[in-house]
Design a protein around this ligand. Structure first.
Ligand code: SF4
Ligand code: SF4
Length: 544
């Protein structure tokens, strides 16, 4: 039976440019001499290094541990020696450096001993999630959210539907399509593991209808499994159909609430490449140390998909794709809609690098921004049903309260609004700026709140200690009084001795006074002053 499909608001039908990078099978990229591994390749707290400069490491060895719940460990992607633990430029729109571990490869590519899970179905879902966490797996579709968290629905949640996202809707990018064509079993086996972790009732692998080969291959591969709870569904090729909320809408007609998550309506969405990584971690004991990257664009002569070790410099991949450096205007990490220009081409591939897009010079996309003419075209195409023009005004005016009133955080940064804007306003850049500012302000506020709470706890502790001390003294006095009244000499002596000890201890703790260790002459002078003070108090100044 064919599944009924729904539509989401807005979206665009874009030229795919996909075929250009799908002529060749996936090829292993050359092993770099040096890998640079950022400690923050995921959403959440950066990992903490566990190795030192000069230490030899093996491929697959954990070299940085997760520090908090929302975090992910980092593993050596080849064997060699750690030559640096420090800041290096990383692929980020800011172009700023971030902490990294640098490994000089020894060329042996020697694995650490791996420990696959023999019978994952016998494992408790939480134990399974822990294996996935320790393998450093994060969402490979671009978000980089630690996957084990999305495999933990919470105690009272039931997962009705687990969706594997194979839409890959952004132009030029084909790494997921090639993975589905060449490694369907890894995806299906990973999906089965995820289903067990989530105890999901039903699963869908969603593929855009422009990926016919991938669809056929997956349907055929599925026939080998007795898995009637898995459906492979073709969905219309409309950008951004691969957005989590848009995909759910198309497949089920249901809306994820504003500020909500798919799990709020009993659904979980993972990327197909993440499922393949989960398969590798469970069935082979392999942590996430490599991924497929599409290297494409009109400024390369041999666009293709490469299987790449994390930490490989972008420049190595571009050379493998016969890059025309002189003809290049810019290189984006990601696609033309959601990607960003990379300021330094020696930055390393990270877990979320799905595509390098080399754009040639003299492209029509470079047009100067003009004032907004309030045409409303941006709102027509917004798949999140937002008002991009208002978001732009308030982000531009740094009015971060109003921009949130217009649901800034529901914006998926798909770029549809900027794409159709006749004034060429870089709208998404304004939204990213506003989000970054709001996060920074919230972090600042949180820090100040934490400091205030710490101070309040400190005062409270002092006050409590004082009260307890007073109560102790009161109780002892009371006991002394009672024992005196009862004529209990022994008890009374004991209490008096205890009080004397406390008094002596207190006296010993007091700092020496400046009247200690005086000479005889000084003592006599003080006695004279004291005698005179007493006479004055009694009304006799001694001079009348
Ligand atoms: S599309 Fe551009 S010019 Fe038109 S309303 Fe939106 S921001 Fe303004
Ligand atoms: S970038 Fe944000 S505001 Fe613009 S169309 Fe996409 S979701 Fe809407």
């Amino acid at each position: 039976m064919t599944r009924r499909l729904w539509h989401f608001h807005g979206g665009l039908r874009l030229e795919g440019h996909k075929a250009m990078s799908m002529h060749e099978p996936i090829t292993d990229a050359p092993l770099p001499q040096r890998v640079v591994l950022p400690l923050s390749q995921h959403i959440g707290a950066p990992a903490e290094p566990e190795v030192e400069v000069g230490q030899r490491v093996l491929k697959g060895q954990r070299i940085a541990r997760a520090t908090e719940y929302v975090s992910a460990p980092v593993h050596a992607t080849t064997s060699g020696t750690v030559v640096a633990v420090g800041e290096r430029t990383v692929p980020h729109p800011s172009g700023l450096p971030a902490p990294c571990i640098v490994i000089e490869a020894d060329g042996k590519d020697e694995w650490i001993e791996r420990q696959p899970v023999r019978d994952y179905e016998s494992l408790d879902p939480s134990a399974l999630r822990n294996v996935i966490r320790e393998a450093g797996i994060v969402g490979l579709g671009g978000a980089g959210f630690p996957s084990f968290i999305k495999l933990n629905p919470g105690p009272d949640k039931v997962v009705d539907l687990l969706i594997l996202n194979g839409a890959e809707c952004e132009p030029y990018i084909t790494c997921d399509a090639m993975l589905m064509q060449e490694h369907p079993r890894r995806i299906i086996d990973g999906l089965l593991v995820m289903r067990h972790a989530l105890q999901a009732k039903h699963c869908i692998i969603a593929i855009e209808d422009n990926k016919k080969v991938a669809h056929t291959v997956l349907v055929n591969a599925l026939q080998e499994h007795e898995a009637e709870f898995i459906e492979v569904v073709q969905i219309p090729t409309i950008y951004p159909t691969g957005g989590e909320k848009q995909l759910i809408k198309i497949l089920t007609g249901r809306e994820v609430p504003s500020h909500g998550l798919p799990i709020d309506i009993g659904m979980v969405v993972h990327n197909v490449a993440t499922a393949a990584a989960v398969n590798d971690a469970i069935h082979e004991g392999t942590p996430l140390i490599e991924r497929i990257v599409t290297v494409t664009g009109e400024a390369v002569d041999r666009p293709r998909n490469l299987n790449v070790r994390i930490g490989t410099p972008f420049s190595t991949l571009l050379k493998s794709a016969e890059w025309r450096e002189d003809d290049t205007d810019e290189v984006l990490m990601g696609g033309p809609m959601m990607g960003f220009a990379v300021p330094d081409l020696d930055v390393p591939v990270v877990k979320t690098t799905n595509c390098l897009l080399a754009r040639p010079r003299n492209q029509p996309h470079r047009q100067p921004a003009m004032p907004c003419i309030r045409c409303g075209q941006c709102a027509t195409v917004c798949p999140a049903l937002l008002l991009p023009q208002q978001l732009y005004w308030y982000a531009h005016a740094r009015n971060f309260d109003r921009v949130q009133d217009y649901h800034l955080f529901d914006c998926i940064e798909c770029g549809c609004c900027a794409y159709v804007c006749p004034s060429h306003i870089p709208l998404v850049q304004f939204y990213r700026f506003a989000k970054t500012e709001i996060w920074a302000q919230e972090r600042q506020k949180e820090k100040a709140d934490r400091a205030r709470r710490r101070h309040e706890w400190h005062l409270e502790r002092l006050e409590r200690k004082k009260r307890e001390e007073e109560e102790r003294r009161r109780r002892k006095k009371e006991m002394l009084r009672k024992s005196r009244a009862a004529g209990d000499r022994g008890k009374q002596a004991e209490i008096e001795a205890a009080l004397a000890r406390v008094k002596a201890k207190k006296a010993a703790q007091q700092a020496p006074r400046n009247t200690d260790n005086l000479t005889e002459a000084q003592k006599q002078a003080i006695a004279a002053v004291e005698a005179r003070r007493q006479r004055l108090q009694q009304g006799d100044d001694g001079e009348s």
